[in-house]
Design a protein around this ligand. Structure first.
Ligand code: AMP
Length: 214
C-alpha cells in the first residue's frame, strides 16, 4: 500500500503517518526527518536544505525528488510506504508519478489531514522536538513524562526554528500557494481521501484505517 499524507504543517500528518506505518508494517518516509538528519550530520545536503527550512520556505524540488525516488525503491518498500511531507509541489507529484509509472506501480491513496489555519499556529507553538533523536511531542496533546526531556532518549526538547510563530505563518502561506494544489491533483486521479484533522489523534487514525481497510 503506497500512501501519501497531505495537510498543512502542524495538521498532525506526521503523527498519523507513523501510526499507519506501525499498523501496516510499512516504512514511514518523512522528507523533513531526512533533511533534519542531514543537518545534524553536517552533510552538504543538510547545509543547503537548512537555508530554506529556517526561513519557512520549501527546499528546491531538485534536492528532494531524487532522494525520494531512490528511497522508495529500497527493499523495505516492497510492500508499500507512507510518504510524509512529500510531494509538496505539483512538479514533485508529477516526478513521483512518472518514476512510479516507470516502475510499473502507482500511489494508492493521498490522505488529506484537514485542519483550518486558525488551529495550526496554536498547535505548532506547543510542539517540542528532541535535539538528539528527533522524537516529537506536544505540550498539551502528547506531553513527555518529564517536562522538557525526551521520553525516548533523555535529551533536551526544544521548539524547532521552523515551528516558531513567524516561521509557521510563512509556512502556511507556502502551503496554500504550493502544496494545497495537490488536493485537486489527487482528487482528479480519484485517490484523494480527506479526514477531519481537528479530531483527537485516535479518532483521526480510526477514520484513516476505515479508508485503508484492516
Ligand atoms: P516537515 O517536517 O515535513 O514539516 O518539513 C520541514 C521542512 O523541510 C519544510 O518546511 C521544508 O522546508 C522542508 N521540506 C520537507 N519536505 C519537503 C519537500 N517535499 N519539498 C520541499 N521542502 C521540503
Amino acid at each position: 500500500m503506497k500512501i501519501i499524507m497531505l495537510g498543512a504543517p502542524g495538521a498532525g500528518k506526521g503523527t498519523q503517518a507513523k501510526k499507519i506505518a506501525d499498523n501496516y508494517g510499512i516504512p514511514h518516509i518523512s522528507t523533513g526527518d531526512i533533511f533534519r538528519a542531514n543537518i545534524k550530520n553536517g552533510t552538504e545536503l543538510g547545509r543547503k536544505a537548512k537555508e530554506y527550512m529556517d526561513q519557512g520556505l520549501l527546499v528546491p524540488d531538485e534536492l528532494v525528488v531524487d532522494l525520494v525516488v531512490d528511497r522508495v525503491q529500497k527493499d523495505d518498500c516492497a510492500k508499500g510506504y507512507v510518504l510524509d511531507g512529500f510531494p509538496r509541489t505539483i512538479p514533485q507529484a508529477e516526478a513521483l508519478d512518472a518514476a512510479l509509472t516507470t516502475l510499473g506501480t502507482a500511489v494508492d491513496y493521498a490522505i488529506d489531514v484537514d485542519v483550518p489555519d486558525e488551529n495550526i499556529v496554536r498547535r505548532m507553538s506547543g510542539r517540542r522536538a528532541c535535539v538528539s533523536c528527533g522524537a516529537t511531542y506536544h505540550i498539551e496533546h502528547i506531553p513527555p513524562v518529564q517536562e522538557g526531556i525526551c521520553d525516548r532518549c533523555g535529551s533536551t526538547l526544544i521548539l524547532r526554528d521552523d515551528d516558531k510563530p513567524e516561521t509557521v505563518t510563512r509556512r502556511l502561506e507556502v502551503y496554500h500557494a504550493q502544496t494545497q494544489p495537490l488536493i485537486d491533483y489527487y482528487s482528479g486521479k480519484g485517490i484523494l481521501r480527506a479526514v477531519d484533522g481537528t479530531k483527537d489523534m485516535e479518532a483521526v487514525f480510526h477514520e484513516i484505517t476505515s479508508i485503508l481497510g484492516a
